[in-house]
Design a protein around this ligand. Structure first.
Ligand SMILES: [Zn+2]
Ligand SMILES: [Zn+2]
Length: 139
């Protein structure tokens, strides 16, 4: 999966988390600051690989597979935010830039190690819940 695809899945996952009833092209276009025709192009690609359902001119939703993938990226992003903000004590901008980059390189194994190192945090520095991982179930 490309980084752009991951950015889209993360964005749609967060829009669903925010309880936006029907997610439209303009919601994604605004969130990602990408022009609508490019959004449509990427959504078509994501639909082809079974990560989203896209009803033309209507709405977008994640498939089960897309939800799982989106949730994993959000988990990595928020774990990185905790790491870069609480441990590294980076500035707000640095935390955002580093988390947005690192989320694409984190593997499930690394995420587990970071999560355990951070003592399985519940929320990111913005107060958003961090999706639980396998490592978090034991506590
Ligand atoms: Zn956050
Ligand atoms: Zn954990």
């Amino acid at each position: 999966m490309s980084e752009t695809m991951e950015e889209y899945l993360k964005t749609i996952w967060v829009l669903e988390e925010e309880n936006i009833k029907s997610i439209r092209i303009k919601d994604i276009s605004t969130a990602l600051a990408v022009k609508p025709p490019s959004v449509v192009q990427m959504l078509t690609k994501l639909e082809e690989v079974g990560l989203i359902h896209y009803i033309k001119h209507k709405e977008v939703c994640l498939t089960k597979k897309g939800k799982d993938a989106g949730q994993a990226i959000v988990r990595y992003h928020r774990l990185m935010e905790v790491l870069f903000s609480d441990v590294i004590e980076g500035s707000n901008e640095d935390v955002e830039i580093l988390s947005c980059g690192a989320e694409h390189f984190v593997t499930p194994d690394i995420a587990k190690k970071i999560c355990t190192f951070l003592n399985h945090p519940d929320t990111c520095p913005h107060g958003k819940p961090i999706p639980r991982g396998d490592c978090c179930n034991g506590d």
